[in-house]
Design a binder for this molecule. Structure first.
Ligand SMILES: [Zn+2]
Length: 224
């Protein structure tokens, strides 16, 4: 994919730059990002779930710094162990993840089939009805997230099942400058992730949904 195109801000209405000395950019996006809401509603929801994700990560940074028995139990649930290696990965990765989430704005979230995909630096797979989103892992400069239709109908923040909050955390863990996570196994439930962690204590800390589960426990609702 081409790496030459620069990111353009896309507004819901035409915006003209009245400064005659600079280039005039007119971008119009009339395509709905999600069929079940306007693009204005979508933008509002993205900021709401982004803020909820930021809060969850801040809570974990504080908890990892304490690293009490409760937090070690939580880490063991999702990573199969709570040793110094796990803690140091979290200490290094969580603030970077927080930084990436704070950079996230609605304009960086595009439909997978949007023309804006030409700005992505990797191939994006088609909408299967099951996939939620995709990112180009090394693209920490643009941090564009491509979303699929299932993302639109997921809850905003019902953390025990599909939730937009979890999807954006998941995607942001993939960036090479955050956790550089992989999709070793997908899992939306605490039980599933615990079983995976028990059998795979070496790799769970690299698995996107394990890190996502650790950050966003499945027993709460945020960003209603
Ligand atoms: Zn993933």
């Amino acid at each position: 994919m081409t790496d030459s195109a620069e990111w353009q801000t896309v507004h819901d209405t035409a915006v003209t730059n009245t400064n005659q000395d600079s280039m005039v950019h007119v971008t119009i996006n009339t395509t709905l990002i999600c069929q079940n809401m306007t693009n204005q509603e979508f933008a509002k929801i993205i900021m709401k779930v982004r803020d909820a994700a930021v809060t969850l990560v801040i809570e974990r940074i504080a908890a990892v710094s304490k690293w009490d028995a409760q937090e070690r139990a939580r880490a063991t649930t999702y990573f199969g162990r709570a040793d110094e290696e796990i803690r140091s990965v979290l200490v290094a990765g969580l603030p970077k993840l927080l930084f990436a989430l704070r950079e996230l704005v609605p304009e960086k979230i595009v439909r997978w089939d949007d023309a804006l995909n030409k700005n992505l630096t990797c191939a994006i797979v088609a909408d299967s009805g099951n996939n939620r989103a995709g990112v180009c892992k090394p693209d920490s400069r643009r941090r564009v997230i491509a979303i699929y239709s299932a993302f639109c109908t997921d809850s905003n923040g019902e953390l025990w099942h599909g939730a937009k909050v979890k999807t954006i955390i998941h995607e942001c863990t993939h960036y090479t400058d955050t956790f550089n996570s992989e999709d070793i196994i997908y899992g939306n439930t605490e039980g599933g992730m615990r079983a995976f962690a028990l059998g795979n204590p070496d790799s769970a800390i690299r698995n996107a949904d394990s890190i996502t589960g650790y950050i966003s426990t499945f027993d709460k609702t945020v960003a209603r």
